[in-house]
Design a protein around this ligand. Structure first.
Ligand code: BES
Ligand code: ZN
Length: 636
């Protein structure tokens, strides 16, 4: 019998075909008619004026249209030419802003059906949302300025005119000019030392969606950590970075042993200034991370496992639109947890998952009671809204729990075989939720005759009843400890134990005093979360006196503690909270702290004064979030 399968498309490079017709409501571009195949950037980074002068040279695949549409937001377009070598100026038109200024503006360029090369000459403005320009005092070294970009979800269009939809993949190259005392790095092949000219060349040869184009410029040094991995940071931090990320080579090998070869050659990290709005961002070949993950004890490296996992889920197999965001993040949290399990054991990975599951439940309740309960579905409907609204624990943790429940149902062996073939089949492609559901049915569920409530998980609100239950005896122990403290027991009391010395003599020894290193970060988090929300100032004071949670140094613990303190009117914490909010711009921490402060009038006023002082150290995305929480508008 003849096979009915369509001919294998394997030989067709994904850069040679037009994007599929998936409609992306967050981009104006007409990628189904014409699309960028390769982008070359000529960039001149100007710190005095805080602008980038750029030429975006797009090499297109053109189906025969006479108009190419790009996305721009707050960019000044100087001129547009067509052709390579022999460039001719052409007409263009900039369309209206959308109602809530989320998408920016369409840039329509007049071309001919034969046009292949479009060159856009432009300059970024102070309205750019992707770029964070930092004065020297906001860096660790305090001598040099710093610049970094954040592209996801739709901010790339605010520093480069592009067809800013994840449905399209491009390769890119760049020539970047920077002041001579600084070094630029990108999500591409990178320099490891400064040169005398201040001009650097980059190339990214694997096709990527535009949200992964990234640039950082600063006084950077590099430390190699393994044959294909290392870390960039300001020189003042490089030793701390090398210590914290010593397991990086092992992590890369571990990830490869689970879902196949790492296809991006190099895997480096760059530790940015504290203002970076995320814990990590999976820019290919060069993950961007926030220095808050330098806890000093390697206890927050799961963020790196997460960003590394994106090298498969997200960067290799990419969500087709932002409504399919859970395909990026849910798979990544699942994979992150597998890496952590293999490296540090199942009790550690279970604790990590439990901490996140707890956050999922809290956020799920909040969303279900809010204006958009449909945001608790995995498949989102974000047309007309900011795609960042989809960045909730639903995509991350409900997504991961869905995969974990599937794994439990079919067994790890079959599930891994399925995921391996998934990453293989869709590598360097985009995928929609619907396509994934088909693939899951035909490759995993039907062949194994498994019934599964996939549709309920993906298209319905809330958490299905068959969700996997994770338990941790280590958590139960710290939770009991918290209960004993609340019950009035002095859990910090030194206990005296008698130990035998040389077989006969008994000697007193002080043991069992509760110290910080008795538990890992996630256990302390579970301890704090177990405390009653109305624990009272005196109890908090007592805990602070022994444990010094307020200045713990670990930002996960500190944030939990500050929120509890604010809820209990424990104002002794204010100096520590102020210091924290002035230094750190990571949204995950700013959000719960400012939200807790916004609940009481007096706290809110105090929070506003802090925010006005701190905001120059926050990236646009964090600024916007805090403005919404406090109901103020200060940065447009
Ligand atoms: N890709 C995300 C960050 C992101 C998502 C930026 C959507 C903009 C829009 C990144 O991989 C991420 O998830 N970071 C997390 C860390 C992680 C361990 C959950 C973060 O920064 O909190
Ligand atoms: Zn992620």
């Amino acid at each position: 019998m003849l096979s009915c399968d369509p001919p294998a498309k394997k030989n067709v490079s994904p850069t040679e075909i037009l994007a599929d017709s998936t409609f992306d409501t967050h981009s104006y571009s007409n990628t189904d008619e014409i699309r960028t195949k390769h982008l070359h950037l000529d960039l001149d980074v100007n710190f005095e004026g805080k602008t980038i002068y750029g030429v975006a040279r797009h090499e297109m695949i053109n189906k025969g249209t006479d108009t190419a549409i790009f996305d721009i937001k707050g960019l000044e377009i100087q001129k547009i030419t067509i052709g390579k070598g022999d460039e001719k100026e052409t007409d263009f038109m900039i369309g209206q802003w959308d109602k809530d200024s989320i998408l920016g503006q369409p840039l329509l360029v007049k071309i001919t059906p034969e046009t292949k090369y479009i060159n856009i000459y432009y300059e970024t403005t102070e309205k750019t949302e992707a770029l964070d320009w930092l004065e020297p005092e906001l860096t660790t070294g305090k001598k040099h300025p710093y610049l970094y970009t954040q592209g996801q979800a739709i901010l790339t269009r605010s520093w480069i005119p592009v067809q800013d939809s994840p449905v399209n993949r491009i390769t890119y190259s760049a020539n970047v000019k920077v002041p001579k005392d600084l070094m630029p790095v990108m999500s591409a092949s990178n320099p490891t030392a400064k040169n005398d000219r201040g001009i650097y060349e980059f190339s990214m040869e694997q096709p990527i969606p535009c949200y992964l184009i990234a640039l950082a410029v600063g006084n950077l040094s590099y430390r190699k950590l393994g044959s294909n991995c290392g870390v960039y940071s300001e020189p003042e931090m490089i030793n701390a970075c090398a210590y914290e990320f010593a397991d990086l080579p092992k992590m890369v090998r571990t990830a490869e042993s689970i879902y196949g070869k790492y296809l991006w050659e190099q895997y480096d990290l760059i530790v940015l200034p504290y203002s970076f709005p995320f814990g990590g961002m999976e820019n290919p070949r060069l993950t961007f991370v926030n220095p808050t993950i330098l806890a000093g004890d390697r206890s927050l490296v799961s963020v790196v496992a997460h960003e590394l996992a994106h090298s498969w889920s997200g960067n290799l197999v990419t969500n087709a639109t932002w409504n399919d965001f859970w395909l990026n993040e849910g798979f990544t949290v699942y994979f992150e947890n597998r890496i952590m399990e293999q490296l540090y054991g199942k009790d550690v990975s279970d604790m990590l998952m439990l901490v996140e599951t707890h956050e999922l439940h809290a956020e799920m309740d909040e969303i279900l009671q809010g204006e958009n309960p449909e945001d608790t579905k995995l498949k989102l409907a974000l047309a007309g809204r900011n795609p960042d609204d989809g960045m909730t624990q639903i995509a991350y943790v409900k997504g991961a729990l869905f995969l974990k429940t599937l794994e439990q149902t079919v067994g790890r062996k079959r599930f891994d075989a399925f995921l391996n073939s998934y990453f293989n089949e869709f590598s360097f492609k985009t995928i929609s939720t619907e396509r994934f559901v088909d693939y899951l049915d035909s490759k995993l569920l039907e062949p194994n005759k498994v019934q599964f409530n996939t549709k309920e998980w993906i298209y319905e609100e809330g958490l299905p009843k068959n969700c996997i239950q994770i338990r941790s005896t280590r958590f139960e122990e710290v939770q009991q400890l918290a209960d004993r403290f609340i019950g009035g027991e002095d859990i910090f009391k030194k206990k005296i134990k008698y130990v035998k010395i040389k077989g006969r003599k008994r000697k007193k020894k002080v043991v069992e005093q509760l110290t910080r290193d008795r538990y890992i970060t996630q256990e302390w988090q579970a301890f704090i979360r177990r405390l009653p929300r109305n624990i009272g100032k005196d109890n908090m004071k007592r805990l602070d006196a022994y444990m010094n949670f307020r200045d713990w140094g670990n930002t996960e613990i500190m944030t939990e503690w500050y929120v509890l303190g604010i809820e209990n009117g424990y104002n002794d914490l204010r100096p520590s909270i102020e210091k924290f909010l002035m230094k750190i711009g990571r949204r995950k921490y700013l959000m719960p702290i400012y939200k807790a402060l916004a609940k009481k009038k007096e706290d809110k006023e105090w929070a506003k004064t802090i925010f006005y002082k701190a905001r120059s150290n926050y990236h646009y995305v964090s600024c916007k979030t805090v403005e919404e929480i406090l109901g103020v508008k200060v940065k447009s």
